[in-house]
Ligand binder design. Structure first.
Ligand SMILES: *[C@@H]1O[C@H](CO)[C@@H](O)[C@H](O)[C@H]1NC(C)=O
Length: 186
C-alpha cells in the first residue's frame, strides 16, 4: 500500500480528536466560566453552568490557555485556573490547576482529570489547599494524558457531600481503596 504525503496529512487531520472539557458544577451555585486563550488562539465566549449542572466546551486544535469560574453575575476576575494545552509536545494533553493568580479562590475550579476511566492523573485540590496544584512557578505539577477530553470540577460539593462514580471507577482500575463515605453512603 502506498500513501502520498498529502493522503497521510489528510488522514491525520481526519483522525484528529475533538478537544473537550466537561465542567461539572458540584454545588448549587450558578457559575460563569471565562476562557483566556494564549495569543494566537480565538477568543471564546463565557459559558454559564447552572447549579449542579454540566457543560461540555470544545476547544480548537492545539489550544493553549486557561479557564476560571466565578459566581454568575459577579465580576470576571481571574482566580483558580484550569490550564490546558491540547495537542502539545508529543501530541499529548498537558493540564494543571494553578493557584498562582489567586490561591484564595478555593470554591470555583477545583479538580482537573481525564474524562476517560481511570480518571487519573488529577490536578487540583478538593478542598484547597493541598500539594497537587501550582502555587509557585517552580513547582512541578503539570500532568499529561493522551486523552483529549478532560473534566474540571467546580464548587464545593464534590469532596464531602456527593458520591462520585469517577472516584470508584478510578479506584477499581488502580486497585486502590476509596473513602469511607462509600460504605456509609453519606
Ligand atoms: C458531554 O459529553 C459527554 C461525552 O461525549 C456526553 O456523554 C454528555 O452527555 C455531554 N454532556 C452534555 C451536558 O452535553
Amino acid at each position: 500500500m502506498f500513501f502520498s504525503l498529502a493522503t497521510i496529512a489528510a488522514l491525520a487531520a481526519a483522525a484528529q480528536a475533538t478537544n473537550i472539557i466537561t465542567f461539572i458544577n458540584t454545588d448549587s451555585t450558578d457559575r460563569t466560566i471565562y476562557f483566556t486563550p494564549n495569543a494566537g488562539y480565538s477568543e471564546m465566549d463565557p459559558v454559564d453552568v447552572s447549579g449542579l449542572g454540566t457543560v461540555n466546551v470544545t476547544f480548537e486544535s492545539g489550544y493553549i490557555g486557561n479557564a476560571y469560574a466565578v459566581t454568575q453575575g459577579s465580576t470576571a476576575t481571574a482566580g483558580m485556573l484550569a490550564e490546558v494545552n491540547f495537542q502539545g509536545w508529543l501530541d499529548l494533553t498537558y493540564f494543571d490547576v494553578s493557584a498562582i493568580v489567586d490561591p484564595t479562590d478555593v470554591d470555583n475550579v477545583r479538580l482537573m482529570y481525564p474524562y476517560n476511566s481511570p480518571h487519573t492523573p488529577t490536578s487540583g485540590c478538593d478542598p484547597f489547599p493541598c500539594d497537587n496544584a501550582y502555587y509557585n512557578s517552580d513547582d512541578v505539577q503539570t500532568k499529561t494524558t493522551d486523552s483529549t477530553h478532560l473534566i474540571v470540577t467546580l464548587g464545593t460539593g464534590s469532596s464531602n457531600s456527593t458520591l462520585d462514580s469517577r472516584d470508584v471507577n478510578s479506584a477499581v482500575d488502580n486497585g486502590e481503596n476509596v473513602m469511607r463515605k462509600y460504605v456509609t453512603a453519606k
